[in-house]
Design a protein around this ligand. Structure first.
Ligand code: ZN
Length: 246
């Protein structure tokens, strides 16, 4: 079994297409850790694709706001503008799909998944100190999360928490073997808006029988997304940040 792990797609269709091409169909199931929409200009194709192809999908904070479950007030101005535009550019049916997505944690096969943290989908897990309490929620050795748009994550061995290495800019992939007595809290990175200084789309592949996780990066035509952002009248900064990966 090989499971394609996607998170934070954020309505970036060229990035999603590039990820699927890069993964070359070498997976049996696809799961999504939330934030299908927000920021970028292709919400409808991304929502339709996720609905048709993902075995498990949990909601992210942007999905909640766009679907009207949560208020806009916590978003900055640019995110608010994009969320309003997104709500106006999805069908009632697509909005209803977002509305019914479950919050994490959700268990699937050999792992758990959530968007931010297990207790709050809006919480950012960016440091080992943030990650510590998450390990108390582990029912299995592996959990995937998103929200920070930072590929990598944390591992805990005998209650010592440390970072998982990340893919270097010259590399396309980092493969790590899961070790016994170790818990892994893994962020596949963001497909549609990476923020770790590497503009390439990010994703992961989990092979539970082999006990292997692959963190992967792939280039995509950012200018396509940029052009669509301009055409949609979305804030220009949303395209500029994609080129910088921030
Ligand atoms: Zn996000």
């Amino acid at each position: 079994m090989r499971i394609l792990i996607l998170s934070d797609l954020h309505a970036n269709w060229p990035a999603l297409e590039a990820v699927l091409a890069d993964a070359e169909g070498k997976y049996d199931r696809i799961v999504c850790c939330g934030d299908l929409v927000g920021y970028n200009p292709d919400p409808a194709p991304v929502v339709e694709w996720v609905r048709a192809n993902c075995a498990v999908v949990i909601r992210g904070n942007h999905d909640k706001v766009v679907a009207g479950i949560d208020s806009l007030e916590w978003f900055n101005e640019v995110a608010q503008a994009a969320a309003r535009w997104t709500t106006a550019n999805l069908s009632q049916d697509e909005l209803e799909y977002l509305r019914q997505l479950p919050p994490g944690p959700v268990k699937f096969h050999e792992f758990q998944m959530w968007h931010g943290s297990p207790r709050d989908e809006d919480e950012y897990i960016t440091t080992a100190r943030d990650a510590g309490p998450c390990f108390e929620w582990f029912e299995l050795p592996v959990a995937f999360f998103g929200h920070t748009h930072l590929q990598g994550g944390f591992l805990s061995k005998y209650r010592r928490v440390g970072p998982i290495p990340t893919v270097e800019k010259k590399q396309r992939e980092l493969v790590f073997q899961l070790e016994p007595d170790t818990l892994y809290l893994v962020n596949p990175g963001s497909v549609g808006q990476p923020r770790d200084g590497d503009p390439r789309a990010a994703y992961a592949v989990y092979e539970p029988e082999q006990k292997i996780i692959r963190l992967r990066r792939t280039k995509y035509p950012i200018e396509k997304t940029m052009n669509a952002i301009r055409k949609a009248g979305l804030p220009e900064i949303l395209g500029q940040r994609l080129f910088a990966g921030i």
